[in-house]
Design a protein around this ligand. Sequence first.
Ligand code: TRP
Length: 473
Amino acid sequence: MDQMTAGSRRQMHGIWSGRWTFILAATGSAVGLGNIWKFPYIAGENGGGAFVLVYLLCIAVIGVPVMIAEVLLGRRARKSPIYAMSDLAREAKASRLWGLIGWGGALAGFLILTFYSVIAGWALAYIGKMWQGEFVHAAPETVSNIFNTLLADKVALIQWHSVFMLMTVGVVAAGVTKGLGVAVRILMPLLFALLLVLLWYSSQYGDFARGFHFLFNFDFSKLTWNSVLIALGHAFFTLSLGMGAIMAYGAYMPSRADISKTVITVAFLDTLVALVAGMAIFPIVFAASIEPSAGPGLLFVSLPVAFGNMDGGLMFGCVFFVLVSIAAWSSSISLVEPVVAWMVESGRFNRVGAISLVGVGAWIMGLGTVLSFNDWSNFKPFFGMTFFDFLDFLTANIMLPLGGLLIAVFVGWKMARADAHKEIAETSDLQFDIWLLMVRWISPLAVAAVFVFLLWDKLLSGWWQLLLAAILG
Ligand code: TRP
């Protein structure tokens, strides 16, 4: 790599102060609404146990190897994903088309931000609701009424969406290391501690055994190709993979830091938070007779029931939603960091101009998600999905796995083996070969297989049967 660019690169955005800063930043990116809000509700919608097992397998077999690949690419190029991919493609004498990974990733990050900000806005709104005691001794029906009233209130949703978007723009404008590095170091452990308090509560007052059985009893009869795709997509979403966020963060990683150990730590922490959140939520869901398949409102209905009926629940509840908002905040900045870093590197924008432009665009498009929960809730032109459902599906289940597949193929097949090994020099030859086997074969084939089976399941098998029926008369 060109030493000149590597040097000026460092001046432009800064370098993390050490391995642990990277771990915190990457964990801050990974742990977010995906763990606390999305994981429980999609596990609920997809029948629990078997889905959870597939998700864990995807994290271990696809997520970890692809995350190592992303960090490695970012650190080698020391540039934002768009430039990183075109530089590395040139270095590997591969087609310039590999640069599309960077472009697709920037688009995916932008699209995710548009709805992420709306949902994070719900968490912000809940801080006030908790504080005002709206949930004190509330029955599940009362809580679900409060939630539905919030969803129907466009003005409130837009206000909170605006607040969250401004928070994101503010931090990215200030530079990622300064503001959030500090916040993440103190607040992430606090979030985890509070989840443990909730876990304790649900073990005391919830239907713990049933919650546990639901999440960890592997009943494969409930598993469909569609839920496998959702589990796969979520593995990418929750680890912030497939769109360059981790690649962008990898570009700021010190040269000597041990990539594989770091990645395993991040993946482990992320998974732990999701599972603890699940075990804090499901026992309450069952004890309060809420449907596990209640959808996006699951967190916002089940936990207030618990807080409302718990000693000190007012305070705990308040703190909890503050922490969820912060977890979302430290994730949302990583959604735009790749595109903002690229705009700055291109020399046409400064940081503030770049993030302002992206923020305004994402805010406007976010209005579509706001409307998906009220005026447009029955407007489903996108394969029977609302605007929000479609964006979520397109990004998490299509764009991220596809991005991850291409990243794996690039690192596994295009990049010189020695170059890859140099970045993860800490691994033994055997470990390196196992990793290479994963990125060359296992990850791409697994993603491709899920796509093919789903396509077959959804479209082709139907056509095929029609065709057969037509031929056989
Ligand atoms: N991982 C975050 C979560 O679980 C969301 C997120 C942040 C993300 N950055 C990303 C998802 C990049 C995909 C790609 O909430």
